[in-house]
Design a protein around this ligand. Structure first.
Ligand SMILES: CC(C)(COP(=O)(O)OP(=O)(O)OC[C@H]1O[C@@H](n2cnc3c(N)ncnc32)[C@H](O)[C@@H]1OP(=O)(O)O)[C@@H](O)C(=O)NCCC(=O)NCCS
Length: 218
C-alpha cells in the first residue's frame, strides 16, 4: 500500500492570556481598539454601543480593565506580531457587588456568580475554536478560584481581591455548599453564540426576550 504523507498541520499561532493588572498604556490602547472594532462589526450583539464607548476617556477604559474582581482575556495572534483578535471578560463576585447588573435574583441566589461578558472573535479568525478556548480559559480561571490554588496567577489578576478561605467561602449560612456558576446573557437570535455556549455545557434559563445561561464550575 502506498504511504500517505500527511502535510504538517499549521502551527497554532494563537495565545490566550489575561491582561495583566494594572493595565499598561499599550494594553489599554490595544484593548480599546479591539473592543471598538467588536462594537462596530457586530453592533446588535452587545449591550453597549460603538458611539457610547468611542467617547470613553483613557481613564474610563483603565477603570474598566483594572476593576477589582474583573479579568479580561485576549487572544493574541503571534503570526500577526501579537495583534489582539479576540476577547472575553469575567466579572467575579467582588465586581458584581459594586457595579449595576441585571442578573435575575433567582440566579443570584444559586451561589457565587461569575458573569461572562464581551465574548468576541474577529470574523477572519472565527470557526477555529477560539471562542471555545476563551470560554474554557474562563472556566479554568474560576476553577482555580474555587480551589483557592491560584499561585500561578498574579495577585492583581485574581477575581477576588483577598486570598480565599476555601471552607468559609464555600459554605452558605444554612450549611450548604455553595455552587459556583458562570452566568451570561445572550440574545435568542444569536444562534452561533448560543450553539457555542451549549457545546461548552451552558444550560438555558429563560427570562423574557433575552436568555440567561448558566454553567456550574466545580
Ligand atoms: C460567537 C463567537 C465568539 C464564536 O467564535 P468562534 O471562534 O468562531 O467559535 P468556535 O470556533 O470556538 O466555535 C465553537 C462551537 O460554537 C458553535 N458555533 C460557533 N459559531 C457558530 C455559528 N456561526 N453557527 C453555528 N454554530 C456556531 C459550534 O458548535 C462550534 O463548534 P464546531 O466548530 O465544532 O461546530 C463569534 O462568532 C463572535 O465573535 N460572534 C460575534 C459576537 C458574539 O455573538 N458574542 C457573544 C455575545 S453573547
Amino acid at each position: 500500500m502506498e504511504d500517505v504523507i500527511k502535510p504538517l498541520s499549521k502551527p497554532d499561532t494563537y495565545t490566550i492570556f489575561p491582561i495583566p493588572i494594572p493595565s499598561s498604556d499599550s494594553d489599554l490602547t490595544k484593548f480599546s481598539t479591539l473592543r471598538l472594532l467588536a462594537l462596530r462589526t457586530d453592533p446588535s450583539l452587545f449591550g453597549s454601543t460603538y458611539a457610547r464607548e468611542l467617547a470613553f476617556t483613557p481613564e474610563v477604559w483603565r477603570s474598566r480593565l483594572d476593576l477589582d474582581g474583573r479579568v479580561t482575556f485576549v487572544v493574541s495572534d503571534e503570526e500577526r506580531r501579537g495583534e489582539w483578535i479576540g476577547t472575553m471578560s469575567l466579572l467575579g463576585p467582588d465586581a458584581l457587588k459594586d457595579i449595576p447588573h441585571d442578573i435575575p435574583k433567582e440566579i443570584l441566589r444559586r451561589g457565587d456568580l461569575f458573569n461572562l461578558v464581551g465574548l468576541w472573535v474577529h470574523p477572519d479568525h472565527r470557526g477555529r475554536g477560539l471562542g471555545s478556548r476563551l470560554v474554557r480559559a474562563g472556566f479554568n480561571y474560576v476553577e482555580k478560584y474555587s480551589r483557592g490554588s491560584m499561585e500561578d496567577i498574579p495577585m492583581d489578576n485574581r477575581l477576588c481581591a483577598a486570598p480565599i478561605n476555601e471552607e468559609q467561602s464555600r459554605v452558605a449560612p444554612d450549611g450548604d455548599r455553595k455552587a459556583r456558576l458562570v452566568v451570561l446573557k445572550v440574545s435568542k437570535d444569536n444562534e452561533g453564540a448560543r450553539a457555542l455556549y451549549v457545546k461548552e455545557g451552558f444550560l438555558e434559563w429563560e427570562n423574557g426576550d433575552a436568555a440567561w445561561m448558566t454553567r456550574t464550575v466545580s
